[in-house]
Write a protein that binds this ligand. Structure first.
Ligand SMILES: O=c1ccn([C@@H]2O[C@H](COP(=O)(O)O)[C@@H](O)[C@H]2O)c(=O)[nH]1
Length: 233
């Protein structure tokens, strides 16, 4: 089955368990993502272990720091040969421009560089507590505009904002959407959610899906069922 729009968020605290799961997958079935937990626990060797298995890897470290530091971090991600990496758009225009510039020497081998807008776990009420008194979609739009201006490849957003962002920035602006929940599954700490078929219909390019797959009794069956739901949509 080939639908590489699915990016499985690994988020395992045990490397052997993660690799056992990965070894059941075909790199044509999905891409993989590791984030702060796994990178901190298992270091760049994990990136090499995943690349040795021929998967495209999204290194989701959400860099957020001064421009010089973020530029160096993004270049370090490029050295690892990852398919995609990211920064926080709220780090600002200058920071994102510095990150983009740091990838110039890598040419066509540079990873895709995207920016996180508003975390999918956040509601309008969470934003209000930060003094951001607009609905989440408006703040996402603001941050996506800044990201587009900085020349990045796209954003992380909720699939709920995908239609708005595709109509604002065009089809080539890549939308990576976590907060994906198959119908009937537990939302957990995610707030702005959509099902896989809804997300694709809304314009998401990549669906980031973690616990509904990795915490399922049979993760491979859960991934296969999501593939099937997309083919029926
Ligand atoms: O806004 C964001 C940005 C990143 N994430 C990450 O995606 C996965 C989602 O995992 P689930 O288990 O499917 O909830 C996770 O690694 C987050 O760190 C996000 O959820 N929202």
């Amino acid at each position: 089955m080939t639908d590489k729009s699915i990016v499985v968020a690994l988020d395992y605290d045990n490397k052997a368990d993660a690799l056992t799961f990965i070894d059941k997958l075909d790199p044509n079935m999905c891409r993989l993502k590791i984030g702060k937990e796994m990178f901190t626990l298992f270091d760049p060797q994990l990136v090499k272990d995943i690349h040795n298995r021929d998967f495209d890897l999204f290194l989701d470290l959400k860099f957020h720091d001064i421009p010089n530091t973020v530029a160096k971090a993004v270049a370090a991600a490029a050295e690892l040969g990852v398919w995609m990496t990211n920064v926080h758009a709220s780090g600002g225009l200058t920071m994102m421009q510095a990150a983009k510039k740091a990838l110039q020497p890598y040419g066509k081998d540079a990873p895709l560089l995207i920016a996180v807008t508003v975390l999918t776990s956040m509601s309008d009420e969470d934003l209000a507590l930060l003094g951001i008194n607009v609905p989440a979609f408006e703040h996402v739009l603001r941050l996506a505009k800044l990201t587009h201006q900085a020349g990045l490849d796209g954003v992380v957003c909720s699939a709920q904002e995908a239609k708005l962002l595709k109509s604002s920035f065009g089809k080539d602006f890549t939308l990576v959407t976590p907060g994906i929940r198959p119908a009937g599954s537990d939302a957990g700490d995610q707030h702005r959610v959509m099902t896989p078929p809804q997300a694709i219909a809304a314009g998401s390019d990549y669906l980031v899906i973690g616990r509904p797959i990795t915490q399922a009794a049979d993760p491979l069956a859960a991934l296969t069922a999501i593939h099937q739901s997309l083919q029926l949509s």
